[in-house]
Ligand binder design. Structure first.
Ligand code: AHM
Ligand code: MG
Length: 344
């Protein structure tokens, strides 16, 4: 697919996808149909998120609303929406959601396509009641098993380098969809008056170095020594780095990631050494770390677990977690220097 130029700013996402399909030799339209189904799912979730405050007034999730129906939790609703729309596209052979333990089978009435999608339908959902930005994250692979049947675990457990597309949507002050299919990163903002995502951020590149660091410092006592030293250095090593780092942490991954992507900086969710539930940190490799790693690398940044590049990790199970250190390349390299003992 070709990189969009500044002249394309304002074109609709459908137009952008179709143009790229025309420019890709041998394209059948399957991938475009898959992406269009994802876009539609995200528009529906945006509509539901925008009504979340009203749901709270008219009936809490899990209670019975005025029509006598049970009010569904927003993250369950988002999960159902993505499943339905992607299944009905006829382009997927299976789905894997953060919300469900196993591979999701595609209902029998739909054909099995060649793609599979890992997704987190509503990341940061603990922030919903406070009106803080939340998001959907997705990661697309081509199936590797040769079959017209359902996908199997081998298809699901591909390393991040095999992704053929990834992205996220933020339901925030405006609704923005950021994605890449391997030729750079583009951002589309939803114009609610026409119900269309329009190209607003063509060819996003992250700054080589930033001034922002994002980490849950309440967990300081649980980090490994290199991470503690790195954060101490960011806060106290002013004479060396000659800049003033500033802390920003929303606690909603898409919001923290997106801000740092645009402004530059580093986001860290390291391993948690004292919490037996989080020896690998909190974030999931397949539906959170890999797609954001794909985006950041496409934008010129880096993503590591501290031990290895995120996209090189060989997944062993679907809901595997990983430490995630991601952002501007120079900042991630300095973190790596601390890990590898090049800085005291
Ligand atoms: P979730 O998938 O249960 O919503 O949890 C993931 C969220 C991320 O959005 C965010 O980066 C992280 O949890 C924050 O965790 P913490 O509250 O431990 O700092
Ligand atoms: Mg999540």
């Amino acid at each position: 697919m070709a990189e969009p130029s500044q002249e394309n700013v304002g074109i609709t996402i459908s137009n952008h996808l179709l143009l790229n399909q025309q420019l890709s030799t041998g394209a059948t339209g399957s991938y475009t149909r898959l992406l269009q189904a994802l876009v539609l799912a995200c528009k529906i979730i945006q509509r539901d998120v925008a009504k979340a405050g009203l749901v709270d007034v008219l009936g809490r999730a899990g209670t019975i609303n005025v029509q006598g129906e049970e009010v569904q939790k927003l993250d369950e609703l988002a999960n159902t929406t993505v499943k339905r729309r992607l299944s009905a596209s006829g382009e997927v052979c299976g789905l894997i959601s953060e919300e469900e333990a196993d591979i999701i089978e595609i209902p029998r009435q739909y054909p099995r396509g060649n793609y599979l999608v890992h997704f987190d339908p509503l990341d940061g959902s603990s922030n919903i009641d406070a009106n803080v930005s939340i998001g959907t994250i997705f990661s697309i692979y081509r199936r590797i098993t040769e079959s017209t049947n359902d996908m199997d675990l081998q298809d699901a457990l591909q390393p991040g380098v095999q992704q053929i597309g990834a992205g996220y949507v933020i339901y925030g002050s405006s609704c923005i969809l950021v994605f890449s299919t391997g030729q750079g990163v583009n951002g589309f903002t939803l114009d609610p008056s026409i119900g269309e995502f329009l190209l607003s951020h063509p060819n996003i590149k992250t700054p080589a170095k930033g001034k922002i660091y994002s980490i849950n410092e309440g967990n300081y006592g649980y980090w490994d020594e290199p991470t503690k030293k790195y954060i101490d250095w960011l806060k106290h090593g002013y004479s060396e780095h000659k800049t003033h780092y500033t802390a920003r942490y929303v606690g909603s991954l898409v919001a923290d990631f997106h801000r740092n992507l645009l402004y530059g900086g580093i986001f860290l969710y390291p391993a948690d050494l004292k919490d037996p539930k989080k020896p690998q940190g909190k974030l999931r490799l397949m539906c959170e770390a890999n797609p954001l790693a794909y985006i950041i690398e496409q934008a010129g940044g880096l993503a590591t677990s501290g031990r290895e590049r995120i996209m090189d990790i060989e997944p062993r199970y679907i809901h595997q977690r990983t430490p995630l250190i991601i952002g501007s390349p120079d900042d991630v390299k300095i973190y790596q220097d601390f890990v590898e003992g090049r800085r005291p």
